[in-house]
Design a protein around this ligand. Structure first.
Ligand SMILES: [Zn+2]
Ligand SMILES: [Zn+2]
Length: 361
């Protein structure tokens, strides 16, 4: 007989879970596995709130498993390490992002692309190899194999580093892979939210000319003055668009809503590239003429491998790239969900788990 989430593992854990697709989060007792010889266990101190968390607690992608503890921007302090762990010790500052395991033997895993492993295990709401369900970071403790633990350098504040584990690597990886990280290149960032604002920051420290492309003109000041973008383009303004046609080497498209692609193709120079990192619900319309004229490329990207995630975190620390965050108490999380749905956050909520998650008896 299947054991309850509270009893299936030896270590007691506590967090907040959604019980059904209403998405309403409330206190939840469950358990974590004992720290294995290759495992790192840590006390969760902060967890970022990603838009995926909301899709998942509301079962909008149809694959949610309830009860569901969301959260894949998890940071904290190591409490226990297994006997074979070499890279981490008790007290280290660490994090876990979107995945907690992979097969480690496929072609992807062999070249540090665990994120593309067909058997990759997401941090929450999937069945792990042992048949138990994974639970995310809206909880007091975490355990994962050493390979899936990221070191958070001392110079980065833990709360503002948390969103880098998903939002940060999601934009950093395509910038590197598509060669959009060379000083002097002109790169457009479509959408100024959790992902977009970090893309602007990475772009600036890479020495790029960064243009924010947004539907809302009222984000202009924020983009230019606060985030340091070089220019701002209202995507519905035909005159502004035309003036920028053929000027960009690449575009990082972070938008998850339906949006026309043809204007974006027009913004690219010959051989320009668009990297998609958002996941619109319906297929995007890609007119072939937009690509064949000017030999343009459209590609995708999904988070990043563990080696690259560590590289991204170290790069962020070196150049002082942090997410802009609003720190909230655990009890505020349902209100925060409502506010995320209204885009009423600059730019990420981060839950102060360490100080505000209180076990109920
Ligand atoms: Zn995420
Ligand atoms: Zn694999």
């Amino acid at each position: 007989m299947a054991k309850s989430p509270e009893d299936e593992h030896p270590k007691k854990a506590f967090g907040w879970a959604a019980r059904d697709s209403s998405g309403l989060l409330s206190p939840f007792k469950f358990s974590r596995r004992a720290t294995g010889e290759n495992d790192v266990a840590f006390k969760v101190l902060y967890c970022g709130m990603c838009h995926s968390d909301i899709h998942m607690v509301k079962n909008e992608w149809g694959n949610s498993i309830f009860p569901l503890v969301p959260g894949h921007e998890i940071v904290g302090e190591v409490t226990e390490v297994g006997s074979k762990v070499r890279k981490f010790k008790v007290g280290d500052r660490v994090g876990v992002g979107c995945m907690v395991d992979s097969c480690r033997s496929c072609d992807n895993c062999k070249v540090d692309l665990e994120n593309h492993c067909p058997k990759m295990i997401l941090t929450y709401s999937v069945k792990h190899y042992d048949g138990t369900i994974t639970y995310g970071g809206y909880s007091d403790c975490m355990v994962a194999e050493e390979r899936f633990i990221v070191r958070i350098p001392d110079s980065l504040p833990l709360d503002a580093a948390a969103p880098l584990l998903c939002a940060g690597i999601t934009v950093y990886s395509p910038m590197k892979h598509y060669g959009l990280d060379k000083p002097g290149l002109h790169v457009g960032v479509v959408g100024l939210g959790g992902l977009g604002h970090v893309a602007v920051k990475f772009g600036k420290v890479m020495g790029l000319k960064v243009t924010v492309i947004s539907t809302s003109p009222n984000k202009k000041d924020e983009a230019l003055k606060t985030l340091g973008a070089d220019s701002f383009l209202v995507s519905r303004d035909q005159d502004q668009l035309k003036a920028a046609f053929g000027t960009m080497d690449g575009i990082i498209d972070t938008v998850s809503a339906q949006h026309p692609m043809m204007p974006l193709f027009s913004l690219l120079k010959t051989d320009g590239k668009i990297a998609l990192v958002g996941l619109p619900e319906h297929p995007l319309e890609v007119p072939a003429v937009g690509l064949v004229k000017g030999r343009k490329t459209i590609g995708g990207s999904l988070i990043g491998g563990m080696k690259e995630t560590q590289e991204m975190m170290d790069f962020a620390a070196k150049h002082n790239v942090k997410a802009d965050i609003e720190v909230i108490a655990m009890g505020y999380v349902n209100t925060a969900v409502e506010r995320i749905l209204k885009s009423d956050v600059k730019y990420r909520f981060v839950i102060d788990i360490g100080n505000t998650l209180k076990p109920t008896s």
